[in-house]
Design a protein around this ligand. Structure first.
Ligand code: HEC
Length: 308
Protein backbone atom coordinates (compact mmCIF):
# COMPACT_ATOMS: atom_id res chain seq x y z
CA UNK A 1 0.00 0.00 0.00
CA UNK A 2 0.96 3.58 -0.44
CA UNK A 3 1.48 5.22 2.99
CA UNK A 4 2.54 8.48 1.41
CA UNK A 5 -0.75 10.41 1.83
CA UNK A 6 -1.17 9.20 5.42
CA UNK A 7 2.35 10.21 6.37
CA UNK A 8 1.79 13.53 4.68
CA UNK A 9 -1.48 14.13 6.52
CA UNK A 10 -0.13 13.11 9.94
CA UNK A 11 2.92 15.31 9.47
CA UNK A 12 0.81 18.17 8.19
CA UNK A 13 -1.54 18.13 11.16
CA UNK A 14 1.28 17.75 13.66
CA UNK A 15 3.01 20.78 12.17
CA UNK A 16 -0.18 22.80 11.80
CA UNK A 17 -1.19 21.94 15.36
CA UNK A 18 2.09 23.12 16.82
CA UNK A 19 1.94 26.29 14.74
CA UNK A 20 -1.48 27.03 16.16
CA UNK A 21 -0.40 26.26 19.69
CA UNK A 22 3.06 27.78 19.74
CA UNK A 23 2.86 30.66 17.27
CA UNK A 24 -0.70 31.76 16.59
CA UNK A 25 -2.19 31.51 20.08
CA UNK A 26 0.63 33.38 21.86
CA UNK A 27 0.55 35.99 19.10
CA UNK A 28 -3.17 36.47 19.63
CA UNK A 29 -2.74 36.68 23.38
CA UNK A 30 0.31 38.90 23.61
CA UNK A 31 1.10 40.19 20.13
CA UNK A 32 -0.82 43.43 20.55
CA UNK A 33 0.45 44.18 24.01
CA UNK A 34 0.98 47.88 24.49
CA UNK A 35 1.92 50.36 27.13
CA UNK A 36 -0.81 50.59 29.68
CA UNK A 37 -1.68 52.89 32.56
CA UNK A 38 -0.87 52.51 36.19
CA UNK A 39 -3.99 52.20 38.30
CA UNK A 40 -2.42 54.26 41.07
CA UNK A 41 -3.08 57.95 41.51
CA UNK A 42 -1.01 59.40 38.70
CA UNK A 43 -2.12 56.92 36.05
CA UNK A 44 1.31 57.16 34.46
CA UNK A 45 2.15 55.15 31.37
CA UNK A 46 3.74 51.79 32.04
CA UNK A 47 6.23 50.44 31.22
CA UNK A 48 8.75 52.96 30.01
CA UNK A 49 11.78 51.62 28.21
CA UNK A 50 15.00 51.16 30.12
CA UNK A 51 17.63 53.88 30.00
CA UNK A 52 20.27 53.27 27.33
CA UNK A 53 23.01 52.10 29.69
CA UNK A 54 20.63 49.67 31.38
CA UNK A 55 19.59 48.41 27.96
CA UNK A 56 23.24 47.61 27.23
CA UNK A 57 23.40 45.95 30.62
CA UNK A 58 20.69 43.54 29.55
CA UNK A 59 23.04 42.24 26.86
CA UNK A 60 25.82 41.85 29.41
CA UNK A 61 23.42 40.03 31.73
CA UNK A 62 22.52 37.69 28.92
CA UNK A 63 26.05 37.11 27.70
CA UNK A 64 27.27 36.20 31.19
CA UNK A 65 24.49 33.69 31.76
CA UNK A 66 23.15 35.32 34.90
CA UNK A 67 19.75 33.88 33.95
CA UNK A 68 21.06 30.37 34.65
CA UNK A 69 20.93 31.15 38.35
CA UNK A 70 18.46 34.02 38.61
CA UNK A 71 14.82 34.23 37.63
CA UNK A 72 12.98 37.46 36.97
CA UNK A 73 9.43 36.43 37.52
CA UNK A 74 7.54 36.91 40.73
CA UNK A 75 4.54 34.71 41.26
CA UNK A 76 1.61 35.25 43.53
CA UNK A 77 -1.04 32.84 44.69
CA UNK A 78 -3.75 35.45 44.97
CA UNK A 79 -4.75 38.69 46.60
CA UNK A 80 -6.43 39.52 49.87
CA UNK A 81 -7.91 42.77 51.06
CA UNK A 82 -7.44 44.92 54.14
CA UNK A 83 -9.97 47.49 55.25
CA UNK A 84 -8.98 50.75 56.90
CA UNK A 85 -10.83 53.83 57.98
CA UNK A 86 -9.36 56.88 56.30
CA UNK A 87 -11.69 59.34 57.94
CA UNK A 88 -13.77 58.61 61.03
CA UNK A 89 -16.50 61.01 59.94
CA UNK A 90 -18.77 62.86 62.33
CA UNK A 91 -21.07 60.28 63.84
CA UNK A 92 -18.62 58.31 65.96
CA UNK A 93 -21.19 56.19 67.72
CA UNK A 94 -22.62 54.90 64.46
CA UNK A 95 -19.14 54.18 63.08
CA UNK A 96 -18.12 52.39 66.28
CA UNK A 97 -21.21 50.24 66.02
CA UNK A 98 -20.38 49.50 62.38
CA UNK A 99 -16.81 48.55 63.31
CA UNK A 100 -17.94 46.03 65.89
CA UNK A 101 -20.45 44.69 63.41
CA UNK A 102 -17.79 44.27 60.73
CA UNK A 103 -15.17 42.89 63.08
CA UNK A 104 -16.92 41.27 66.05
CA UNK A 105 -13.59 40.06 67.45
CA UNK A 106 -12.34 43.57 68.12
CA UNK A 107 -12.60 44.65 71.72
CA UNK A 108 -14.04 48.02 72.52
CA UNK A 109 -10.66 49.67 72.97
CA UNK A 110 -9.42 48.13 69.73
CA UNK A 111 -12.48 49.44 67.92
CA UNK A 112 -11.77 52.90 69.28
CA UNK A 113 -8.18 52.62 68.06
CA UNK A 114 -9.42 51.58 64.59
CA UNK A 115 -11.72 54.57 64.58
CA UNK A 116 -9.12 57.14 65.45
CA UNK A 117 -5.94 55.72 63.92
CA UNK A 118 -6.17 55.41 60.16
CA UNK A 119 -3.15 53.06 60.06
CA UNK A 120 -4.82 50.36 62.15
CA UNK A 121 -6.67 47.95 59.88
CA UNK A 122 -10.24 47.02 60.73
CA UNK A 123 -10.03 43.81 58.76
CA UNK A 124 -6.97 42.11 57.27
CA UNK A 125 -6.54 39.26 54.85
CA UNK A 126 -10.18 38.99 53.83
CA UNK A 127 -11.67 38.26 50.42
CA UNK A 128 -12.79 41.01 48.10
CA UNK A 129 -16.42 40.18 48.79
CA UNK A 130 -16.08 40.46 52.55
CA UNK A 131 -14.10 43.69 52.15
CA UNK A 132 -16.72 45.23 49.88
CA UNK A 133 -19.47 44.36 52.35
CA UNK A 134 -17.41 45.86 55.16
CA UNK A 135 -16.78 49.06 53.21
CA UNK A 136 -20.49 49.39 52.64
CA UNK A 137 -21.27 48.80 56.29
CA UNK A 138 -18.65 51.29 57.42
CA UNK A 139 -19.84 54.08 55.15
CA UNK A 140 -21.98 55.64 57.84
CA UNK A 141 -21.86 58.98 59.56
CA UNK A 142 -19.49 60.51 57.01
CA UNK A 143 -16.80 57.89 57.62
CA UNK A 144 -14.55 57.06 54.70
CA UNK A 145 -13.44 53.46 54.68
CA UNK A 146 -10.72 52.35 52.28
CA UNK A 147 -9.83 49.01 50.89
CA UNK A 148 -6.30 47.94 50.09
CA UNK A 149 -5.32 45.08 47.83
CA UNK A 150 -2.47 42.92 49.04
CA UNK A 151 -0.92 40.26 46.81
CA UNK A 152 0.14 37.12 48.66
CA UNK A 153 2.29 34.11 47.89
CA UNK A 154 5.70 32.65 48.72
CA UNK A 155 7.59 34.99 46.36
CA UNK A 156 5.88 38.04 47.83
CA UNK A 157 6.64 36.80 51.36
CA UNK A 158 10.30 36.48 50.34
CA UNK A 159 10.22 40.18 49.56
CA UNK A 160 10.95 39.59 45.88
CA UNK A 161 8.18 41.86 44.66
CA UNK A 162 5.03 43.72 45.43
CA UNK A 163 2.96 41.87 42.88
CA UNK A 164 3.24 39.11 40.32
CA UNK A 165 5.16 39.69 37.12
CA UNK A 166 3.03 40.15 34.03
CA UNK A 167 3.81 40.29 30.32
CA UNK A 168 3.72 44.10 30.31
CA UNK A 169 6.74 44.23 32.60
CA UNK A 170 9.01 42.97 29.81
CA UNK A 171 7.41 44.81 26.92
CA UNK A 172 10.63 46.60 25.96
CA UNK A 173 13.09 43.82 26.71
CA UNK A 174 14.45 41.66 23.97
CA UNK A 175 15.22 38.95 24.69
CA UNK A 176 13.29 38.52 27.90
CA UNK A 177 15.45 37.14 30.71
CA UNK A 178 12.81 35.31 32.70
CA UNK A 179 15.12 32.54 33.80
CA UNK A 180 13.88 29.28 35.22
CA UNK A 181 16.26 28.38 38.03
CA UNK A 182 16.62 30.07 41.35
CA UNK A 183 20.09 29.26 42.55
CA UNK A 184 20.17 32.90 43.60
CA UNK A 185 17.27 35.19 44.49
CA UNK A 186 14.72 36.40 41.97
CA UNK A 187 15.87 39.71 40.49
CA UNK A 188 12.59 41.07 39.11
CA UNK A 189 12.68 43.90 41.65
CA UNK A 190 16.37 44.05 42.41
CA UNK A 191 16.50 47.79 41.73
CA UNK A 192 13.89 48.40 44.39
CA UNK A 193 15.42 46.10 46.94
CA UNK A 194 19.01 47.23 46.47
CA UNK A 195 19.11 50.69 44.97
CA UNK A 196 22.81 51.19 45.70
CA UNK A 197 24.86 51.06 42.50
CA UNK A 198 28.11 50.58 44.39
CA UNK A 199 26.69 47.62 46.27
CA UNK A 200 26.12 45.90 42.94
CA UNK A 201 29.59 46.71 41.65
CA UNK A 202 31.27 45.40 44.80
CA UNK A 203 29.01 42.35 44.79
CA UNK A 204 29.89 41.55 41.18
CA UNK A 205 33.58 41.99 41.92
CA UNK A 206 33.47 39.79 45.01
CA UNK A 207 30.04 38.46 46.08
CA UNK A 208 31.44 37.34 49.43
CA UNK A 209 32.28 40.91 50.27
CA UNK A 210 28.58 41.70 50.50
CA UNK A 211 26.98 38.36 51.28
CA UNK A 212 28.76 36.09 53.69
CA UNK A 213 29.52 32.71 52.14
CA UNK A 214 27.88 33.68 48.85
CA UNK A 215 27.70 30.92 46.25
CA UNK A 216 27.71 33.35 43.37
CA UNK A 217 30.83 33.33 41.21
CA UNK A 218 32.89 36.55 41.21
CA UNK A 219 33.03 38.51 37.97
CA UNK A 220 36.49 40.03 38.36
CA UNK A 221 37.01 40.28 34.61
CA UNK A 222 34.40 43.04 34.56
CA UNK A 223 36.88 45.22 36.43
CA UNK A 224 40.37 46.46 35.75
CA UNK A 225 43.23 46.89 38.18
CA UNK A 226 45.09 50.09 37.54
CA UNK A 227 47.86 52.06 39.15
CA UNK A 228 46.58 54.98 41.14
CA UNK A 229 47.54 58.14 39.29
CA UNK A 230 47.87 61.55 40.79
CA UNK A 231 44.55 61.03 42.59
CA UNK A 232 42.42 57.93 43.05
CA UNK A 233 39.72 57.45 40.42
CA UNK A 234 36.26 58.52 41.61
CA UNK A 235 34.96 55.24 40.19
CA UNK A 236 37.33 53.03 42.16
CA UNK A 237 35.60 50.45 44.32
CA UNK A 238 35.76 50.91 48.05
CA UNK A 239 36.87 47.43 49.07
CA UNK A 240 37.23 46.32 52.68
CA UNK A 241 38.70 42.97 51.64
CA UNK A 242 39.88 41.41 48.39
CA UNK A 243 41.43 44.77 47.62
CA UNK A 244 44.32 45.35 45.19
CA UNK A 245 47.91 45.80 46.38
CA UNK A 246 48.86 49.22 47.69
CA UNK A 247 49.12 51.83 44.98
CA UNK A 248 46.50 50.13 42.82
CA UNK A 249 42.77 50.52 42.47
CA UNK A 250 39.90 48.50 40.98
CA UNK A 251 37.65 50.30 38.49
CA UNK A 252 34.60 48.95 36.69
CA UNK A 253 34.72 48.44 32.93
CA UNK A 254 31.88 49.91 30.84
CA UNK A 255 30.30 46.43 30.81
CA UNK A 256 30.21 46.35 34.62
CA UNK A 257 28.71 49.84 34.76
CA UNK A 258 26.05 48.82 32.25
CA UNK A 259 25.26 45.62 34.13
CA UNK A 260 24.89 47.48 37.42
CA UNK A 261 22.65 50.06 35.72
CA UNK A 262 20.54 47.22 34.41
CA UNK A 263 20.22 45.63 37.86
CA UNK A 264 19.13 48.99 39.22
CA UNK A 265 16.54 49.35 36.49
CA UNK A 266 14.80 46.11 37.49
CA UNK A 267 11.71 47.29 39.28
CA UNK A 268 8.04 46.52 38.90
CA UNK A 269 6.55 48.96 41.34
CA UNK A 270 3.48 49.97 39.39
CA UNK A 271 0.03 48.50 40.05
CA UNK A 272 -1.77 47.49 36.86
CA UNK A 273 -5.34 46.51 36.16
CA UNK A 274 -4.15 42.95 35.52
CA UNK A 275 -2.01 42.92 38.66
CA UNK A 276 -3.34 45.41 41.19
CA UNK A 277 -1.91 46.13 44.59
CA UNK A 278 -2.24 49.06 46.90
CA UNK A 279 0.62 51.43 47.26
CA UNK A 280 2.33 51.23 50.63
CA UNK A 281 1.25 53.59 53.32
CA UNK A 282 3.55 56.58 53.53
CA UNK A 283 4.56 57.48 57.06
CA UNK A 284 1.24 59.23 57.40
CA UNK A 285 0.96 62.77 58.63
CA UNK A 286 -1.21 62.99 61.74
CA UNK A 287 -4.46 63.67 59.95
CA UNK A 288 -4.96 61.97 56.63
CA UNK A 289 -8.25 63.45 55.71
CA UNK A 290 -7.58 63.02 52.03
CA UNK A 291 -10.24 60.79 50.54
CA UNK A 292 -8.98 57.58 48.98
CA UNK A 293 -8.03 57.94 45.36
CA UNK A 294 -10.48 56.12 43.23
CA UNK A 295 -8.28 54.29 40.84
CA UNK A 296 -10.36 53.80 37.77
CA UNK A 297 -10.83 50.66 35.79
CA UNK A 298 -11.31 47.00 36.45
CA UNK A 299 -12.87 47.19 39.83
CA UNK A 300 -9.75 48.45 41.51
CA UNK A 301 -11.86 50.69 43.65
CA UNK A 302 -10.42 53.06 46.14
CA UNK A 303 -6.78 52.11 46.20
CA UNK A 304 -5.50 53.65 49.33
CA UNK A 305 -2.67 55.75 48.04
CA UNK A 306 -0.09 57.44 50.11
CA UNK A 307 -1.10 60.97 50.91
CA UNK A 308 1.47 63.20 49.30
C1 HEC B 1 26.12 29.97 39.87
C2 HEC B 1 24.92 30.70 40.08
C3 HEC B 1 24.92 32.21 39.91
C4 HEC B 1 25.26 32.92 38.79
C5 HEC B 1 25.75 32.41 37.45
C6 HEC B 1 24.99 34.29 39.11
N1 HEC B 1 24.52 34.41 40.38
FE1 HEC B 1 23.89 36.11 41.29
N2 HEC B 1 23.59 35.08 43.01
C7 HEC B 1 23.75 33.73 43.18
C8 HEC B 1 23.52 33.39 44.56
C9 HEC B 1 23.62 32.01 45.15
C10 HEC B 1 23.18 34.60 45.22
C11 HEC B 1 22.84 34.79 46.72
C12 HEC B 1 24.08 35.11 47.52
C13 HEC B 1 24.54 36.53 47.29
O1 HEC B 1 23.81 37.48 47.58
O2 HEC B 1 25.67 36.69 46.82
C14 HEC B 1 23.22 35.63 44.21
C15 HEC B 1 22.92 36.96 44.45
C16 HEC B 1 22.86 37.93 43.49
C17 HEC B 1 22.42 39.28 43.71
C18 HEC B 1 21.92 39.85 45.00
C19 HEC B 1 20.48 39.51 45.13
C20 HEC B 1 19.87 40.02 46.40
O3 HEC B 1 19.02 40.91 46.31
O4 HEC B 1 20.26 39.55 47.45
C21 HEC B 1 22.53 39.93 42.51
C22 HEC B 1 22.18 41.37 42.22
C23 HEC B 1 23.04 39.00 41.56
N3 HEC B 1 23.22 37.80 42.17
C24 HEC B 1 23.32 39.31 40.23
C25 HEC B 1 23.92 38.43 39.35
C26 HEC B 1 24.38 38.81 38.04
C27 HEC B 1 24.23 40.18 37.43
C28 HEC B 1 24.90 37.69 37.48
C29 HEC B 1 25.56 37.56 36.13
C30 HEC B 1 26.73 38.40 35.94
C31 HEC B 1 24.78 36.61 38.43
N4 HEC B 1 24.18 37.10 39.56
C32 HEC B 1 25.19 35.33 38.22
C33 HEC B 1 24.09 32.84 42.20
C34 HEC B 1 24.49 33.15 40.92
Amino acid sequence: VNFGPIIFLVTFFAMAGSWFGLVLTPQMQLGHLQQTNSVAGSGALYPVSRPGLARQGLDVYRSLGCAYCHSQQVRQSGTVCDVYLNDPGTNRAAVLAAISQVNPNASESQAREMLTNSTVPILTGVTRQVADTAVKALSVGGAKPALTIVPIGPDITQGWGKRQSVAEDTLYDYPVMLGSQRIGPDLANEGLRRPDLNWHLRHLYAPRLETKGSGMPPYRFLFTKQKIGRAPSPEALALKEFGPPAGYEIVPTPAAAALAAYLQSLRTDVPLAVAPFSMPEAPAPADTNAPPTNAGPAGVAALKTAAK
